[in-house]
Ligand binder design. Structure first.
Ligand SMILES: Cc1cc2nc3c(=O)[nH]c(=O)nc-3n(C[C@H](O)[C@H](O)[C@H](O)COP(=O)(O)O)c2cc1C
Length: 285
């Protein structure tokens, strides 16, 4: 296996923002708890964010529309409380980072590079509506790549930097190529799809409804860039939906919205997809 593949998380990860702080998942995580669980944190910003006002989530057929607005306690608080807890619980922690400026992304990467227990970073360059969320505008692949390069410069080269892209079929390949050239170890394809609540407010659609779109994006990226590891994300909720991403060339999947319906989903998928541990050697008398 190549070095970059060995650096990557396992075949099933918790998607950003959908596993709470990790504590909420613990009762549903199975007999080994969070031990060895590849978990992407909610997106962490330099300063605390209270998140969106108004109803944040609306159920629609096949998924959810959300405008959660990346609520998080900010980097200082995350480093002092949430990260140490996750590390003690045995999770492999991938910190999702989001910034208002390129400088903020670099600062987040530099400070997280010194924090014990950070397995890797996931850079959120695929939010459904960056400008509306007060984030650095990365709609252009060139801008997304500049963010990845800034993060890569500050984060040790032996730990992965994942670029999380929007599942925009018309531009995902361009984005993946640019982020790969900028130093991303792998791409996560994709995020929630730009959508609207029934009252017209902007939001992001997630859940099984987005799966076919994300699947098409994964297949196109894998076909054009076979050396770039792709992690599929969008509507994974059972073994068949996970397998469809793996069959399209993904090295792994992330599970988001399904956890809000059934928090045992990741534990079940890990049991199905992780190779069974070899039996213990027989004792010799
Ligand atoms: C309630 C909620 C909160 C989310 N928070 C984040 C976040 O903080 N950062 C991020 O990159 N993606 C976030 N996402 C997007 C998910 O990680 C995932 O990419 C998207 O929902 C598609 O996957 P799914 O259909 O399995 O949910 C969030 C999604 C939901 C539904």
């Amino acid at each position: 296996m190549s070095t970059s593949l060995r650096m990557l998380p396992g075949p099933v990860m918790v998607a950003a923002g959908c596993g709470g702080t990790g504590r909420e998942l613990l009762p549903f995580a199975g007999p080994t708890g969070l031990e060895g669980l590849d978990l992407v944190t909610r997106s962490i910003t330099l300063d605390p964010r209270s998140g969106g006002t108004g109803p944040r989530v609306e159920e629609v057929s096949g998924g959810l529309v959300n405008a959660v607005g990346l609520p998080n306690p900010g980097l200082e608080h995350f480093l002092a409380t949430e990260l140490p807890w996750l590390v003690r619980a045995g999770a492999r922690v991938f910190v999702s980072v989001a910034g208002a400026t390129m400088g903020e992304y670099a600062d987040l990467a530099r400070r997280l590079s010194r924090a014990p227990g950070v397995a890797g970073l996931e850079v959120n360059v695929g939010a459904p509506d960056e400008a509306g969320a007060g984030l650095f505008e990365v709609r252009e692949p060139y801008h997304a790549a500049s963010v990845i390069a800034a993060v890569r410069r500050e984060f040790p080269s032996d730990r992965p930097v994942l670029a999380k892209l929007r599942p925009d079929v018309s531009r995902v390949l361009e984005g993946a190529r640019a982020c790969h050239e900028a130093g991303a170890t792998a791409v996560v394809v994709g995020n929630a799809v730009p959508a609207a609540f029934r009252d017209g407010r902007a939001g992001g659609l997630s859940g099984p409804a987005v799966s076919p779109v994300a699947l098409r994006c994964v297949a196109e990226v894998h076909h054009a860039l076979p050396a770039l590891p792709v992690i599929g994300c969008g509507g994974v909720h059972d073994l068949a939906s996970a397998r469809s991403f793996l069959d399209a060339g993904a090295v792994g999947v992330q599970v988001g919205t399904a956890l809000l319906h059934d928090p045992t989903t990741v534990a079940r998928l890990r049991a199905d997809l992780l190779p069974a541990a070899p039996p213990p050697p027989e004792e010799t008398p």
